[in-house]
Design a protein around this ligand. Structure first.
Ligand SMILES: Nc1ncnc2c1ncn2[C@@H]1O[C@H](COP(=O)(O)OP(=O)(O)OP(=O)(O)O)[C@@H](O)[C@H]1O
Ligand SMILES: [Mg+2]
Length: 482
């Protein structure tokens, strides 16, 4: 079983000790534990590498001489995959040459046996503080850069920052990009950000929804037509490709293109030229293509519904947007962002700087964090917009949340009070279930009089009503005999 890799909250850091001598491991482990570090040991190079794969460490203490491998070789291996984790080498054979070699190979410091405990601890402390600071600075710079380049895109999760790094990297190039992700994850927003951060930013961005335009209309829309090309073509008309010349075309829902349109698009991608409907004059264009889909295009290719050659042409760079439920740390900053946007739009609850004064009450925020957001950021945006419209006071109650969000909390919980809770229930779900059972118990005692139950539970009647609704509590009518 892999060893647990989380340091206790009060740990000063996680240190991996790799040494073949039991006594050394033991004494280092004791020394470090007493000092408040979490120490993990490995007795040879192979085990050490395995530990490093299983978890992350703030520092590695590495023995230079081990039976299976020299410490220097191991260091090379380690540095090949991880340039950051600091390594202190420890050896019985303290020679200047070895020390120099060790530092050249990427060790951060060097101690010879027997070492001075006090000095070792001071250096470990310093090194860990230094690495943390560097790491924090890097993250800060990254977040700042991201905010600067994408002022309207909110996200602080590692996954979203990685997406934005990639966007920043590919934006300046001419490569075609395929953006994938569930509905509402921000595909169109990213497509626009690619355009806005490219040398084409001053030129036109044209969005085409491949799914909502009928195929024959799509052809003339894309390529244009000349006067008389068909009934109703009373004048020449430029298509999207010409409009977007030197700019970007965004093909949304690319998976819905008909076979015929797939061939036509492929031709433009290959030749960079096309003819307007009814014309035989070749028009050359320089257009960057960004496509998006929430379908599994690869699967469509396997099923023969999407051309493989077109797929590879479009998918030069693949940007995949994670669903909101996989990056919940983005929820609070998104909520703040949408509060700002919609308070301004509704001229409601803003301060002098135009920022929102609203916040969700803690229970509401917990519900937002626990919900699984099938509609992703769009669904969250709608929920916040609705909350702004309905809000009467600065602290927004849970009762303004949309029905599906409100009701999700209790849905998968057992209905029978005797039944145990599901083992994977979240704290919120557990609390909700206890709340539900407590309310039912009191309702039973007062024959389902909600006024009496509210008094007994010492909550306002309106609060009880909200909870009854949200927790899906069945309300029986007071029976006449009671
Ligand atoms: N990271 C984000 N920061 C701020 N707003 C976002 C973010 N992601 C999405 N949004 C907002 O959420 C809404 C939905 O985003 P968008 O239309 O780009 O999603 P989509 O993936 O194209 O959805 P669909 O597949 O349904 O077309 C938009 O209003 C967008 O501005
Ligand atoms: Mg979209």
């Amino acid at each position: 079983m892999p060893e647990t890799v989380t340091a206790s909250p009060r740990s000063k850091g996680r240190i991996l000790i790799i040494d073949d001598e039991y006594d050394i491991r033991e004494s280092l482990e004791t020394l470090l534990s007493i000092e408040g570090y979490t120490a993990v040991t490995a007795e040879n190079a192979a085990q050490g590498l395995k530990r490093l794969e299983e978890g992350s460490y703030d520092l590695v203490l590495l023995d230079l001489m081990m039976p299976d491998r020299s410490g220097l070789e191991m260091l090379d291996d380690l540095r090949a995959r991880d340039r950051e984790t600091p390594v202190f080498l420890i050896t019985a054979y303290g020679s200047i040459e070895v020390a120099v070699q060790a530092l050249k190979s990427g060790a951060n410091d060097y101690f010879s046996k027997p070492w001075d405990n006090e000095k070792l601890l001071i250096e470990i402390d310093r090194q860990i503080a230094r690495t943390r600071l560097e790491h924090e600075n890097r993250e800060l710079r990254r977040a700042l850069k991201v905010r600067y380049a994408f002022p309207n895109i909110v996200g602080k999760s590692e996954r979203m920052l990685a997406v934005l790094d990639l966007v920043a990297q590919v934006a300046p190039s001419k490569s075609n990009v395929l953006i994938t992700g569930e509905t509402g994850t921000g595909k169109e927003l990213i497509a626009k950000a690619i355009h806005a951060n490219s040398p084409r930013a001053e030129r036109t961005f044209v969005g085409v929804n491949s799914g909502s335009v009928p195929p024959d209309l799509l052809e003339t829309a894309l390529f244009g037509h000349i006067k008389g090309a068909f009934t109703g073509a009373v004048a020449n008309r430029k298509g999207y490709f010409e409009t977007a010349n030197h700019g970007t075309i965004f093909f949304d829902e690319i998976g819905t293109l008909t076979a015929d349109m797939q061939v036509k698009l492929l031709r433009v991608l290959q030749e960079r030229e096309f003819m307007a409907v009814g014309s035989n004059e070749v028009i050359r264009v320089d257009v960057r293509i960004v496509a998006a889909t929430n379908a599994d295009l690869k699967k469509l290719v396997e099923q023969g519904k999407f051309r493989e050659d077109l797929y590879y042409r479009l998918n030069v760079i693949d940007i995949s947007l994670p669903p909101l439920r996989d990056r919940k740390e983005d929820i609070p900053p998104l909520v703040d962002h949408f509060f700002d946007v919609y308070c301004r739009e509704n001229a409601k609850f803003t301060d002098d700087a135009g920022r929102s004064l609203l916040r969700f009450e803690p229970e509401a925020m917990q519900i937002l964090m626990d919900y699984n957001w099938p509609g992703n950021v769009r669904e969250l945006e709608n929920a916040v917009e609705r909350a702004v419209v309905l809000a009467n006071e600065r602290e927004v109650p849970a009762s303004v949340l949309p029905e599906p969000v409100l009701h999700a909390g209790g849905v998968r919980l057992p209905r029978d009070p005797g039944e145990p809770l599901p083992p994977d229930a979240s704290l919120f779900e557990i609390v909700a279930e206890f709340e539900r059972r407590a309310i039912i118990e009191v309702l039973e005692q007062v024959a389902y009089s909600q006024t009496e139950a509210a008094a007994k539970l010492r909550v306002p009647l309106s609060t009880l009503n909200q909870k009854i609704k949200r927790l899906d509590i069945p309300i029986r009518r007071k029976s006449a005999s009671n």
